[in-house]
Design a protein around this ligand. Structure first.
Ligand SMILES: Cc1cc2nc3c(=O)[nH]c(=O)nc-3n(C[C@H](O)[C@H](O)[C@H](O)COP(=O)(O)OP(=O)(O)OC[C@H]3O[C@@H](n4cnc5c(N)ncnc54)[C@H](O)[C@@H]3O)c2cc1C
Ligand code: FES
Length: 265
């Protein structure tokens, strides 16, 4: 883990109450998919954890939603100003040992860490089906960024304002790994794409969505959990949860856990 002060190169709205924050500086450490940063926010004692959406040696991209005072304050960071962050933090997604057919399921800003994962899986030679769910069209993020990686994400919105109407689990009912391909024919949904024979899945998003996804897919899977955080680096035990393997710190042992390890609340 390093503490770095980076320059704000971009901090602009890309969807409803959602910002893309690009921070620049030289010689950044490698960030694995699913890892996050702890951003200092002026006027607040605790840093705010945000997943890494994209990164290179000299820049890091975060996507964040204004949900409270801290993220509202982040939104006012001007281009050219400085941001103080700790990185990289946490244990991210574990990639398959050989190229596989994988399924990525994101809900809301869960699309952000899955974007960096998508990039890594592409480089590892995996084929992918990406399903992204949002409340409404105005919330959709990163579609073009996924396309730039050569993946056409399947979009589903709760109100049907864009893509299919419903929940991500409605699209997954086409996945034979849950033995319900007949549901696909009934709904007239496509069974094409690598996800139809996915060997592994990765998910990030609201807890009820991830619980449903992990419950319905029988293939191996990993999910990224969220907890309120103190230090964000494994020292304070403030983010400890119960897992099937015993107590675990979401910030250090996670945020990504194997689905079998998660005890859903
Ligand atoms: C590992 C990790 C990765 C994250 N990645 C992202 C990301 O990529 N983009 C993004 O927008 N947000 C992300 N979050 C959530 C983000 O940290 C919170 O939204 C942020 O800290 C809220 O700060 P605030 O001061 O604006 O809100 P607060 O005033 O602290 O809270 C406002 C509301 O948000 C809820 N909330 C605050 N923090 C969390 C949290 N950690 N988990 C769940 N609910 C919370 C509160 O319960 C409250 O309802 C991530 C959280 C974790 C733990
Ligand atoms: S937030 Fe301190 S140990 Fe996780």
């Amino acid at each position: 883990m390093e503490r770095r002060v980076l320059t704000v190169a971009e901090n602009r709205i890309v969807a409803a109450r959602t910002h893309r924050l690009v921070l620049e500086g030289g010689g950044l450490p490698t960030v694995a998919p699913g890892q996050f940063v702890q951003l200092e926010v002026e006027g607040f004692y605790l840093r705010r954890p945000i997943s890494v959406c994209d990164c290179s040696e000299d820049s890091i991209t975060l996507i964040y939603k204004e949900v409270g005072e801290g993220t509202r304050s982040l939104a006012s960071l001007a281009e050219g100003s400085c941001a103080d962050l700790l990185l990289p933090l946490g244990t991210g997604y574990r990639l398959p040992l050989k190229p596989e057919s994988v399924l990525l399921v994101g809900g809301g800003l869960g699309a952000a860490p899955l974007h960096l994962l998508c990039k890594a899986l592409k480089e590892a030679g995996c084929s992918m089906r990406v399903v992204l769910g949002f409340n409404t069209a105005a919330d959709i993020v990163l579609r073009d960024e996924y396309k730039a990686l050569g993946v056409e994400p399947e979009i589903v919105t709760l109100d049907g304002s864009e893509g299919a109407k419903g929940l991500v689990t409605d699209l997954l009912s086409c996945c034979p790994s849950m033995d319900s391909s007949s549901a696909c024919k009934q709904e007239g949904l496509s069974q094409e794409g690598s996800g139809a024979k996915a060997e592994r899945f990765y998910t990030c998003g609201p807890l009820p969505m991830m619980r449903a996804v992990c419950g319905m897919l029988t293939i191996p899977g990993q999910a990224s959990l969220e907890e309120r955080m103190g230090c964000g680096a494994g020292f304070c035990y403030g983010c400890t949860i119960h897992t099937a393997s015993g107590p675990a710190r979401v910030c250090a042992d996670g945020p990504v856990f194997d689905k079998e390890d998660i005890i859903w609340q």
